[in-house]
Design a protein around this ligand. Structure first.
Ligand SMILES: [Mg+2]
Length: 226
């Protein structure tokens, strides 16, 4: 049996939240230049509401926005928004500065690496390819493939099975306590929280349940403990 390290992607390997906001704002500004009659900030609030309602994997947020504003879809504005969003997103898509060297370190130390992510399989591979990280991972298990989402322990078990790794010898690294950390612990793994602070109630819960959890500032600190 191999020792495995599973990773979440978004806000664990790279700064999703930061770049998505910039890309959306840039897209809206181009749409406003093209005739969308909203102020930049109002447009962003409206778009965020649509994304919240439809989910981030829905691919017609800009269609809905023009429909809400004009009462009908505006194809040119939608295309301007989509293209700007994608161009800015791809221009900004970079791993955290410490990500690549950390994955390399773990590979050299003999760990098998995998990804467990709530999302669509091709989209998640696409991210890893664009980030220049895909060759580090033996398996990418998504909620689409597993039929369940994190924190369901089944998605972690499926990934470890496919990697030939034992849960008691494996570690999950992620930024969301409820999804990444609790899911992994319920699957019998250890867990490491990165890029995130525990809330007081989470701290109380950890103490009460005697959960052993490592909390790191960033992914680079993994090199000191693994
Ligand atoms: Mg995440």
């Amino acid at each position: 049996m191999f020792k495995g390290v599973l990773f979440d992607i978004d806000d664990t390997l790279y700064d999703t939240s930061g770049f998505a906001k910039l890309a959306r704002k840039a897209a809206l500004n181009v749409m406003i230049d093209g005739g969308l009659p909203l102020e930049s900030e109002d447009a962003y609030i409206k778009l965020r509401k649509i994304i919240k309602e439809k989910g981030s994997n829905y691919d017609k947020h800009f269609n809905v926005l023009t429909r809400e504003v004009f009462g009908e879809e505006k194809p040119l504005l939608i295309a301007l928004g989509m293209i700007t969003y994608h161009n800015v997103k791809f221009a900004l898509l970079r791993p955290f500065p410490e990500t690549t060297s950390t994955l390399l370190h773990l590979n050299k130390r003999g760990y098998h690496l995998g990804v467990v992510s709530n999302g669509i399989t091709i989209k998640q591979w696409e991210k890893l390819i664009r980030l220049g990280l895909y060759h580090f991972f033996d398996e990418v298990i998504t909620s689409e493939a597993a039929g369940v989402e994190k924190p369901d322990p089944k998605i972690f078990e499926l990934a470890l099975n496919q990697m030939g790794c034992k849960s008691s010898k494996s570690i999950m690294v992620g930024n969301k306590f409820s999804e990444d950390i609790m899911g992994a612990i319920n699957a019998g793994m250890s867990a490491i929280l990165v890029n995130s602070k525990l809330t007081e109630s989470e701290k109380d819960f950890i103490n009460k349940e005697k959960i052993e959890l490592e909390v790191l500032e960033n992914i680079g600190e993994l090199k000191d403990i693994l």
